[in-house]
Design a protein around this ligand. Sequence first.
Ligand SMILES: CC(C)(COP(=O)(O)OP(=O)(O)OC[C@H]1O[C@@H](n2cnc3c(N)ncnc32)[C@H](O)[C@@H]1OP(=O)(O)O)[C@@H](O)C(=O)NCCC(=O)NCCS
Length: 201
Amino acid sequence: MTELRQAALSQIPTPRTPPDEAEPLRAALRRTPLTRIPVDGAVVVARPTAATDRDQIGDLHLRCSDTTRYHRYHCGLRQPTASMLDHMTDRAQGLYLAVHEPEGQMVGLCGLAFTRSPRTAELGLLVADAWQGRGIGRAVCELLLASATTAGYARVMAHVVAENRRVVAFAAGLGARPTASGDPCVVSMVFELDAHGGGPV
Ligand SMILES: CC(C)(COP(=O)(O)OP(=O)(O)OC[C@H]1O[C@@H](n2cnc3c(N)ncnc32)[C@H](O)[C@@H]1OP(=O)(O)O)[C@@H](O)C(=O)NCCC(=O)NCCS
C-alpha cells in the first residue's frame, strides 16, 4: 500500500462500536451470591446454576406434576430440552438459581433470562410440588427482583398462564401489573423496578 493511500485511509473515520448497554447489567446480575433462605421449617440454599447441574435439573422436572410444568412452560413438556438446559446453566444467557433443601436435593429452579431489550429480564419460577406453599417461591422471587434492581434493570416480566390465577395474584401483590401478551391464554406480569435500588415500584 502506498503512503498516499495509507494517509487517505487514515482520514476515513472508523465506525464506533456502540457500547454494549446490556453487559454491565448482566455482569452485575451474575454477581448474585449463594443465599440461605429460611422457609417454613427449613433453611434452603439458592445458588447460581452451573453446567454440571443438567442431570439434577432434569430430575427436578421429573418430580414436578404435569400442572406445575404446564404452568412454567405453557405446554406439556416433561423435561427441558438440551437447548433449554444450556440456557438454564449458561450465565451468558441469564441468572438461574437452583434451590436445594437441607438434604441437598434440588427443589426449585428460578431465574431471570436476559432478553433482547438490555434493561428487561424475563422471570421464570419453578418449585417442586412437594415443596410448594412453604415460602420458597416468594423468597426467591423477591431475591431475583432485588438483584435485578441493584444491577440496574428497569423491568422484569413474567409470562403466566391466565388460568394460573394464584400466581397472577401473587405477582400483582409483589407490584407487577398485568399486560396483554398477544396470547389470550397468557398474561404478562410486568414489574417496573426502581432504578435507585428500592425494589419493585
Ligand atoms: C409459583 C411457584 C413458583 C410458587 O412457589 P412456592 O414455593 O409454592 O411459593 P410460596 O410458598 O412462596 O407462595 C407464593 C405464591 O405462590 C402461589 N402458590 C403457592 N403454592 C401453590 C400451589 N401449590 N399452586 C399454585 N400456586 C401456588 C401462591 O400464589 C402463593 O401466594 P399466596 O401464598 O399469597 O397464595 C410454584 O407454585 C410453582 O412452581 N408453580 C408452577 C410454575 C409457575 O406457575 N411458575 C410461575 C410462572 S413462570
